[in-house]
Design a protein around this ligand. Structure first.
Ligand SMILES: [Zn+2]
Length: 379
């Protein structure tokens, strides 16, 4: 099989959602810079994300919404009616200079990834993972829903059975909206309970094809490994998908300001490695949340290393350290005003093991007893 492809774009480096928005921080550009500094991103493995045309988005998004988004970028303002109808120009989804072009770039890479993966392979698209977008509405920092677009593109390219796994700290409400009840698609989401968007309850099975696991604050690496081994891997093995899409949001780690989960990045890398070991012919790994510029850059660079089988050095070479030292976090939360040294010198966090709490074990067992957890989606 050919080497994994990385979809990136300079648009992520030069754009911001605004001075106070969590997405004011650099993310994808850090992964590109760190990977290059480590010699892990030769030109043959890099592709510049194409920007999706409005027409191409119409396989899932409404034309009315896409037109409103294009117009909002051109006008740099929205009417009250558009704000109410489409969720544009809000605190979470503000008007900003690239508010159509940036999400359309993530959507373009998702659509092209699906098409390219028709022939099989592994693709990494850290600018993707915007799982809160709805057909006619922005939500939760997401203007479009590139995971759903990728899944539809994969299906058009010949992947019949598709598994979507989401380990972002937030529930994938937009993706579930798109996939619930689809018997050829298995959705698995692990997310913090009692956190926005407050969907994805344990009992919500989306008509049979969705496994939603809300987890309590303080989720540790040992608990995530149990979720991986007792729920995610058996469900995928039973379902035997033609394609796996992983939304690998980086906001479930201790250093993230938007969740209260306490994973280390080892948990994410172990899941990536375990999905690769399943031998599915098509694997697409997306980004997602992640709002601490150091933790997201280190985590997602480690994902790329894992996809390529590169050994992660204990101490980063000087050129890679320079990338991390060059990051800025304007107006960081109080707890992180003074970044610890290992954010500059390493990719790998110290592991964060812990007990498997009874409530976590019980919820895993509840889901594991469902037909979908053996890959059998009831009609
Ligand atoms: Zn998130």
């Amino acid at each position: 099989m050919s080497k994994p492809l990385f979809f990136g774009s300079e648009i992520y480096r030069g754009s911001s959602y605004g001075a106070w928005h969590p997405l004011r921080v650099p993310r994808v550009s850090t992964v590109m810079d760190l990977s290059r500094a480590l010699g892990w991103l030769p030109p043959a493995q890099y592709r510049t994300s194409p920007r999706a045309k409005a027409q191409a988005l119409s396989i899932w998004h409404t034309a009315e919404y896409t037109e409103a988004l294009v117009r909002a970028e051109a006008d740099q303002s929205v009417s009250d009616a558009v704000r109410t109808r489409h969720g544009l120009g809000t605190v979470a989804n503000p008007v900003f200079p690239e508010m159509f072009r940036r999400p359309a770039t993530a959507a373009g890479a998702a659509l092209l990834s699906g098409a390219l993966l028709g022939a099989g392979g592994v693709i990494y698209h850290p600018g993707g993972g915007t799982h809160h977008g709805f057909p006619d509405r922005a939500g939760g920092f997401c203007y479009l829903n590139d995971p759903v677009l990728a899944i539809l593109s994969l299906r058009a390219a010949g992947a019949a059975r598709i598994a979507y796994v989401d380990i972002d700290a937030h529930h994938c409400d937009g993706v579930e909206h798109g996939l619930a009840g689809d018997l050829q698609t298995l959705l698995i989401s692990v997310h913090e309970e009692r956190r926005w968007p407050f969907t994805g309850a344990l009992g919500d099975d989306g008509g049979g094809n969705c496994l939603n696991l809300p987890v309590p604050r303080g989720l540790n690496d040992t608990e995530m490994a149990a979720i991986r081994d007792r729920l995610i891997l058996p469900a995928l093995t039973g379902f035997a998908p033609d394609a796996i899409v992983l939304q690998c949001g980086a906001d479930a780690v201790s250093e993230d300001p938007l969740s209260r989960l306490t994973l280390s990045n080892n948990a994410h890398w172990a899941i990536v490695a375990a999905l690769m070991a399943l031998g599915c012919p098509r694997l697409l790994v997306l980004g997602g949340g992640g709002y601490n510029p150091w933790s997201v850059g280190r985590l997602w660079t480690g994902v790329w290393a894992t996809l390529n089988g590169h050994a992660i050095p204990d101490l980063l070479p000087e050129a890679a350290q320079a990338v991390l030292r060059g990051l800025a976090w304007e107006k960081p939360p109080q707890a992180w005003r003074a970044p610890p040294a290992h954010w500059f010198t390493t990719l790998r966090d110290a592991p964060r093991p812990g007990p498997i709490r009874a409530e976590v074990a019980e919820r895993i067992a509840t889901l594991a007893s469902r037909p979908a957890a053996s890959g059998k989606i009831p009609e």
